[in-house]
Design a protein around this ligand. Structure first.
Ligand SMILES: *[C@@H]1O[C@H](CO)[C@@H](O)[C@H](O)[C@H]1NC(C)=O
Ligand SMILES: *[C@@H]1O[C@H](CO)[C@@H](O)[C@H](O)[C@H]1NC(C)=O
Ligand SMILES: *[C@@H]1O[C@H](CO)[C@@H](O)[C@H](O)[C@H]1NC(C)=O
Ligand SMILES: *[C@@H]1O[C@H](CO)[C@@H](O)[C@H](O)[C@H]1NC(C)=O
Length: 320
């Protein structure tokens, strides 16, 4: 009895393993089955500079298929009051890139959790999770790019536009008088900021740092740049001369351009307006009316257009 029972169970085990083998065989030979394991993205890290946040991860290689990725995040609110729910990012949903720009999503200075998973067709991997939190407070701030300009007696600085979150603290001083350093806070990003009126023949120095209010943090200062007042009066004279020359050129070329443009317009389409009634008798009007119709492209070729001087001469002759 016992022997029979064990042999039956052995049989059924063999059958079962056979079935299992045939079921799993395609996977072993490299074909894609529904239950083939898709690895989760690895080495997930956050790169954050100047309040621009990018999540990166290593690409998942999967049997030569196109792998897509989806990113989700969880802020303090979702963690504490939202049942630990995760928010999908619409920018990084089924993307093929291995980097996600999270600048728009990560707005509050609180700790965030981030996760990413891979997709191939309908198959989804486990979530790969960023180790620890990411807090935008930890973004690395770089000193602003700036250009110091001496325009006559005016000390100007041109600052890089780093986005609306950025303010600038600009320090400037007359060289040798570092103790009398002055400060200007630039809140609106404009192309050029006026700092001071300079004394003639003196060097002035400028350095600047960025400040981001939402995280209450500043970058380090940029390298100091110094300029010297150019001999004020002669500089003014040169500027006036250049301006005058520019004005003269413009004054000369503008009428010529206007004349040329009007000429071009005359020769192209619809000269009908220029032609006085007296001429319409000698010219069949249908010929001229062609202009402005569907065949406008052929206008230049088909219509014998007279230069306005000739028309005028003719008109004068006829009326006299
Ligand atoms: C992990 O990611 C970082 C940043 O993208 C990269 O520099 C590094 O080479 C990656 N490490 C490995 C082991 O792939
Ligand atoms: C959290 O989960 C509980 C029970 O699962 C549910 O009653 C509640 O509405 C959920 N709250 C939120 C904010 O989703
Ligand atoms: C990232 O997103 C921000 C906000 O939408 C945008 O200003 C920035 O240009 C983006 N950066 C890149 C490299 O796409
Ligand atoms: C910003 O940080 C400074 C210290 O770096 C601190 O003294 C100041 O109170 C902070 N301001 C705000 C508004 O949190």
């Amino acid at each position: 009895m016992w022997e029979k029972a064990t042999s039956v169970s052995k049989m059924s085990l063999k059958l079962l393993s056979f079935f299992l083998c045939t079921l799993t065989a395609p996977n072993l030979t490299g074909k894609i089955g529904e239950d083939t394991w898709l690895p989760a993205p690895q080495n997930i890290s956050m790169l954050s500079t100047n309040m621009k946040h990018f999540l990166t991860w290593n690409p998942v290689i999967f049997q030569g298929e196109t792998v897509r990725y989806s990113v989700e995040f969880q802020g303090e609110y979702e963690r504490d009051y939202g049942n630990e729910s995760w928010i999908p990012t619409w920018e990084c949903s089924l993307i093929t890139a291995t980097v996600c720009n999270l600048t728009e999503d990560i707005s509050a200075p609180v700790p965030y959790n981030l996760r990413v998973r891979a997709h191939v067709g309908l198959r989804r991997s486990e979530w790969g999770i960023l180790k620890g939190f990411f807090n935008p407070l930890t973004t690395s701030l770089t000193p602003p790019l700036m250009k110091v300009i001496a325009d006559g007696y005016h000390l100007l600085v041109e600052l890089e536009d780093m986005g609306p979150a950025f303010q600038f603290c600009v320090l400037y001083w007359k060289k040798g008088q570092e103790s009398r350093m002055q400060q200007k806070v630039v809140k609106e990003v404009r192309s050029v900021v006026h700092l001071d009126i300079m004394e003639p023949g003196a060097d002035y120095c400028v350095k600047a740092q960025t400040y981001v209010e939402v995280i209450n943090r500043s970058s380090s200062f940029s390298q100091t740049q110094c300029v010297r007042t150019q001999g004020g009066r002669s500089m003014g004279l040169v500027t006036i001369l250049i301006l005058a020359a520019g004005f003269a050129v413009a004054a000369l070329t503008l009428p010529f351009l206007t004349w040329k443009t009007s000429k071009i317009f005359q020769y192209s389409c619809c000269p009908i307006a220029v032609i006085p009634d007296t001429l319409k008798i000698s010219e069949p009007p249908s010929h001229l009316i062609l202009c402005g119709s569907e065949e406008a492209e052929q206008c230049d070729l088909m219509v014998p257009v007279m230069p306005s001087e000739e028309v005028l001469q003719l008109w004068i002759q006829e009326t006299l």
